[in-house]
Design a protein. Structure first.
Length: 163
């Protein structure tokens, strides 16, 4: 969840796409932004139904503006993996290594996340944590304790994690 493990470049080549050749777009995006980018680039609609079932709205936002050298609309980025969690919104990044407390970083001034500002900005922590939880509820993130229970029932936890 911290920058050292998630900051990954994306190289794009699309000769007919009117991209800003040889440029570097620094706007933060994530994997869920690929689908909206493809939909915008192709003009294809996102289906709302399939096989009689409603399909959830597409997550993410298009990278196309950034790839074409224009400003990209701001949007929060959300993560969850094995109970670890993060949200990045503007200059702020809230990170939690499960089961520890939330940490807060000013990513514009502390990209290496050395100075936890959670205690000096509790209002930002509360706001971002609530936004992360609303996202987690909307997309169906299971609490890690539930996932561990499922793994334990199936005998899939390493011996040291089984107590």
């Amino acid at each position: 969840m911290h920058e050292g493990g998630i900051a990954t470049p994306l190289i794009v080549n699309w000769p007919a796409g009117h991209l800003a050749n040889g440029s570097v777009a620094r706007a933060p995006h994530q994997l869920v932004d690929v689908m909206p980018t493809i939909l915008e680039a192709t003009g294809a609609p996102y289906p709302s139904h399939h096989g009689g079932h409603d399909i959830s709205p597409v997550e993410g936002r298009s990278l196309l503006a950034a790839l074409r050298g224009r400003s990209s609309p701001d949007g929060a980025l959300y993560w969850e993996h094995t109970g670890n969690a993060a949200i990045r919104s503007g200059r702020w990044k809230l990170v939690r290594d499960y089961p520890k407390a939330w940490e807060l970083y000013d990513i514009e001034h502390d990209r290496t996340e050395l100075h936890d500002l959670a205690s000096s900005h509790p209002d930002v922590v509360r706001d971002l944590a609530a936004r992360w939880q609303a996202w987690a509820d909307r997309v169906g993130v299971l609490p890690w304790s539930v996932t561990e229970s499922i793994y334990a029932e199936r005998g899939l936890l390493p011996r040291e994690a089984q107590g």
